[in-house]
Ligand binder design. Sequence first.
Ligand code: PMP
Length: 433
Amino acid sequence: FLFHSLQAKMSRPVQARRLEGIDKNVWVEFVKLAATYSKVNLGQGFPDFPPPDFLTEALTRALGGGSHMLHQYTRAFGHPPLVKVLAQFFEKLLGRDLDPMTNVMVTVGAYQALFCCFQALVDEGDEVIIIEPFFDCYEPMVKMAGGTPVFVPLRPNPPKDGRLMSSADWQLDPAELVSKFSKRTKAIVLNSPNNPLGKVFSHEELGLIAELCVKHDVLCISDEVYEWLVYDGKQHIRIASLQGMWDRTVIIGSAGKTFSATGWKVGWVVGPDRLLQHLRTVHQNSVYHCATIAQEAVAQGFQRELTLYGKPESYFVQLPKELQQKRDWLVQSLDGVGMKPIIPEGTYFLVADISPFKSDVPDVPNSDEPYDSRFAKWMVKNKGLAAIPLSAFYSEAHKNNYTNFIRFCFAKEEATLKAANDILQKWKQEKTS
Ligand code: PMP
């Protein structure tokens, strides 16, 4: 009898309503496929080369010598040496005084920074504008907070002169953007440089977004995790530095992307206290803080970068140089086989057009799965090359808008990129023979 009553109790619904419709995650599926089948993994966004020596040495120093207190809890909102150096660094970048204790908070990767933003700033019924294609977690995070995502697309304008498309050719339609702002709009998510396209928003584009934010009293959640990965002499412009924007912007960054150490999961937010105070409430009631020792090492990394700021030895100068070379190799490989790349202005991602390879992977009419998703699965299983379908970066309603593209990550060793080139070349030969 007791057994039966216990069983009856367990049969009640266990899932909180806020999780409805957000349980699927493209990464879980594609990471598993890559682990099972890939010989060359250009899927998920992480470097396969090591972080710089000065960073790993800082971690070793923190572990070995120094203070054993680095193994214990630190300040909830950020290890003091890290928030201090981040404040100094961003003072330089933003040209304004910052208080390390109230204008900076350290998080478990940029991911948790985003989570804090949505939980702290978005209420039931609020609308949040998201620019498509987008880093996929924005949508479920907005929904989990009770908000409604409102999507506005970057639209491709293919160049007429036959040159390869650039991420700059994907643009917002100003009138369409204007039409998305309303009394219900609480925030817009901006991700420049943008994952997956690599688009670096221009001053003019940011100016329009800023103007609309000010006009409609809207917040800006500015995901700038790729702030140092900008190519061809382009400039990353921080929207918080535009007129009227500091007070309404939260800047998000990631040591994972900045120092090529994604597994460390150290991220941060920089912004006005009036916004950050609410992020602190979410943070202290969920995560509390991120690993002290990793924060200590990242602090030392930033200390070094502060001293070398703008100099050729700076990692923030060297990394984009190396990545630009890798981008160019992958562009050449893809262009060489006819998988037209869209040249990214920033990030370590590149989106390519798979149209010429479609004959190898038959379309399934009336399938709910976008074509690019089936193509990427087929490619990893049959060719051993892992990439991510572009449709994964669109909302459910728009996932079939662009289904001829896949995203590659080029933050890889030369040997990895060569191996990818070999696979593509062999594939092309098989097609033509
Ligand atoms: N934002 C964007 C745009 C990203 O691409 C990523 C990582 N792929 C993150 C945030 C998360 O960064 P982190 O690894 O520091 O949590």
